[in-house]
Design a protein around this ligand. Sequence first.
Ligand code: COA
Length: 187
Amino acid sequence: MLADMEEPPVLVGVRTRLRSWRADDAPAIHAACQDPDIQRFTTVPSPYRYADAEWFLAHHVHDVAAEGGRAFAVEALGEPGLAGSMALLHARPEPDRGVVGEIGYWTAPWARGRGWTADALGVVVAWAFAERAVDRLELLIDPENAASRAVARRAGFAEEHLDPAHVLRDGSVRALLVHGLHARDRG
Ligand SMILES: CC(C)(COP(=O)(O)OP(=O)(O)OC[C@H]1O[C@@H](n2cnc3c(N)ncnc32)[C@H](O)[C@@H]1OP(=O)(O)O)[C@@H](O)C(=O)NCCC(=O)NCCS
């Protein structure tokens, strides 16, 4: 599906394994993205159709790679099935800030509450700092998204400030809490 240079590595954490997306993930993506919280707190389409999962696999993965990021499918170690999505959405140099990356994620409802998202986030954070020369990582989280704010805290991100009118990838504007983590703070 991807050119060799875009093909992400397999990354393994304590509880999760992050791999590249496959065409046969479409049914599990489609099922997970029926979840109201995924539709509310991420930029996936709503309603979410099967064609949206196919579009994600055919285009989103490449778009992310073109922006210096990588998109991973998350599996739990020892549990079959797609647990979620974890992506370095982009990584680019910014004036006075070094290379700044943004991470986005969702986890299928059946796979929540087991610490898998926090584990997978920690894996991508470590990989981005070590392998992608990223200086700073950000998470942009709706203030009402208590679950995602807890995941961010668990992974070591600091809640920094509210961006009152953040423009998302789909062009919509939302008030979002900026969470940040610097490579230098991880020693
Ligand atoms: C946010 C989301 C990814 C959390 O996934 P999860 O697998 O339940 O998270 P984990 O099991 O790894 O939990 C990590 C921490 O969050 C806490 N947490 C999880 N759900 C929570 C909730 N609803 N309220 C408060 N804390 C919550 C856990 O207790 C845990 O904290 P701890 O380590 O201090 O015990 C999941 O709810 C989701 O996919 N939501 C919809 C999409 C979304 O919001 N994406 C993020 C957009 S910014």
